[in-house]
Design a protein around this ligand. Sequence first.
Ligand code: ADP
Ligand code: MG
Length: 242
Amino acid sequence: MSTQAEQATNGAPILTARGLIKSYGKSEALCGASVDLRAGEILAVTGASGSGKSTLLHCLAGIVRPDEGSVSYGHEQLDRLPEERLSELRRTEFGVVFQFGQLIPELPVIDNVALPLLLAGTARSDAHARADEWLERFGVRGQAALRPGELSGGQAQRAALARALVTGPRIVFADEPTGALDSLGGEQVMTALAHAARETHTAVVLITHDAQVAAYADREVRLHDGAVQESSALPQEVSHDH
Ligand code: ADP
Ligand code: MG
């Protein structure tokens, strides 16, 4: 019997990008990048600063439209979808976490985490109950009533992960989620993310330039000057089965 992590890397792709090209003026951020993401896998995207990692993530998540190339999610081609459907996908099927969590500073943590559910029409009491559950899973339930400015960097990132996962997305896109943290904080955030992703069979696209962070992934795709230089399965040193 294969492990959960092996199954994750052998399954059918749920997100497929082919030949992505995206320029900003004269600067070519992506020049023909192709990548597959399989259901439930954690895929690390690595590469030097400026190699196109964030642009790739934005194209995969339907935040940025590529100039050329395609991004297929199930039967839908993200690069051709109307803005309305893209924002619906981002509300329901995708979760996003950035380097600096981007929590709303005026709102208590619990409201930040409940927000995606409220936007999707979930009743307030139900949204709060689910937000509370996710804060508990990420070990920041005690901070629920605080404002984001009162949290440590690691706590803020764990709250941001709770917000990204609260809707039960199929894919979480994380752009250097540990980039602003010290190594202990980064490790706690990665352990929490990897554990939650395994448990809920959520696929993760994880941008990082930290080899220790990439080690949490099943597979690594390395970008160089806007194209995929190398794709490799990572050795599974720790069992992901719990
Ligand atoms: P990485 O995340 O690997 O550091 P990015 O995808 O952010 O790389 O950037 C790739 C290239 O595209 C860089 O040269 C960057 O300056 C350029 N770029 C990215 N986003 C923009 C933007 N919104 N406007 C102008 N140039 C951009
Ligand atoms: Mg970046």
